[in-house]
Design a protein around this ligand. Structure first.
Ligand code: HEC
Length: 178
């Protein structure tokens, strides 16, 4: 029994030490020309999902899915997010090559709850191009920080991509006005 326990402890400690030693001496791959191993991707996804579930505050989205708010969300998305996350039609898609890839929301709307999406957008995702949007939008003329309202607005859009009212859907599929 004692040997079994010792063996188990050694195993539990040995794996992190082995990974650390591999990284320290340059044995882990860091290039972006090949896909990462499946275990690494699965681990990173799990760590991200679990962090969002544990750390994001469970706040209620204050922005209702009215036509006006959804239209505002389309504009915010096309101006700020589509450059990486892509546009709805492949013909006008502007998805860039990132590593890791930015999820293509127009084709695969996100399934996380609003409060987790808000948290991802506000605080970003480390080791990826998804920088933190906190304070990125500045203040209005009255000195009010616009960040929260804009993040919730774009989150409201992301959560309703499957059920947009016709006028918003048309705008969603329209070429960006620029
Ligand atoms: C510079 C490129 C870039 C821009 C601009 C950008 N993103 Fe991202 N975003 C990414 C990448 C890359 C990821 C994937 C990170 C990962 O692998 O977990 C990501 C991840 C996310 C996630 C988490 C997705 C999930 O399901 O795990 C959300 C939500 C998100 N972005 C929303 C937005 C919104 C909303 C905007 C605009 C306000 C935006 N992003 C702008 C690159 C970008």
């Amino acid at each position: 029994m004692r040997r079994f326990l010792l063996g188990m402890v050694a195993g539990v400690v040995a794996v992190p030490i082995a990974i650390f030693v591999c990284g320290w001496f340059g044995l882990l791959s860091t290039t972006a020309n090949v896909a990462a191993p499946a275990w690494e991707i699965a681990f990173a996804h799990r760590a991200l999902d679990a962090a969002a579930a544990r750390r994001a505050p469970r706040v209620t989205n204050p922005v209702a899915p009215t036509e006006a708010n959804l239209l505002a969300g389309v504009k915010l998305f096309k101006d700020g997010c589509a450059g990486c996350h892509g546009l709805p039609d492949a013909k006008i898609s502007t998805t860039v090559n990132l590593y890791p890839d930015a999820p293509y929301f127009a084709g695969y709307p996100p399934t996380e709850p609003d409060w987790q999406l808000y948290w991802f957008v506000k605080y970003g995702v480390r080791y990826s191009a998804m920088f933190a949007w906190d304070k990125q939008w500045g203040k209005d003329s009255a000195g009010r920080d616009l960040t929260d309202e804009r993040i919730w607005t774009v989150v409201t859009l992301l959560k309703h991509l499957d059920s947009l009212p016709p006028a918003v859907d048309t705008e969603w599929h329209a070429k960006p006005h620029r």
